[in-house]
Design a protein around this ligand. Structure first.
Ligand SMILES: [Zn+2]
Ligand SMILES: [Zn+2]
Length: 98
């Protein structure tokens, strides 16, 4: 779990749109940036992109997809993350509690 990028801002979470985003989730987790496949496939620019998310959603992303190379390969956009059944369920649940 990548929690090294703590934010102190008051941006709203890009996933649930309920809580403040204190975390930054790299769509391509930093841990895999050095791997050949990722270096070949993505530019530095692409690999630095990510989402401002709240702690709950960030945890949910990494719980739903614990393998960071899978995250970087198959869940590297916000839309793809939201299409994951576990993440979708969590976000829907949060929205109902608004
Ligand atoms: Zn959230
Ligand atoms: Zn993350």
């Amino acid at each position: 779990m990548d929690t090294s990028d703590q934010k102190g801002s008051s941006i709203i979470c890009e996933l649930c749109e309920v809580e403040e985003a204190y975390n930054f989730h790299h769509l391509i987790p930093k841990k895999v940036h050095k791997r050949k496949w990722f270096k070949k496939t993505y530019t530095k620019q692409t690999m630095s992109e990510g989402l401002d998310v709240c702690k709950g959603c960030h945890k949910c992303i990494h719980n739903a997809v614990p393998d960071e190379s899978v995250l970087g390969k198959e869940f590297n956009t916000k839309e793809k993350l939201l299409s994951h059944p576990k993440i979708k369920k969590y976000v829907d649940w949060k929205n109902r509690r608004k």
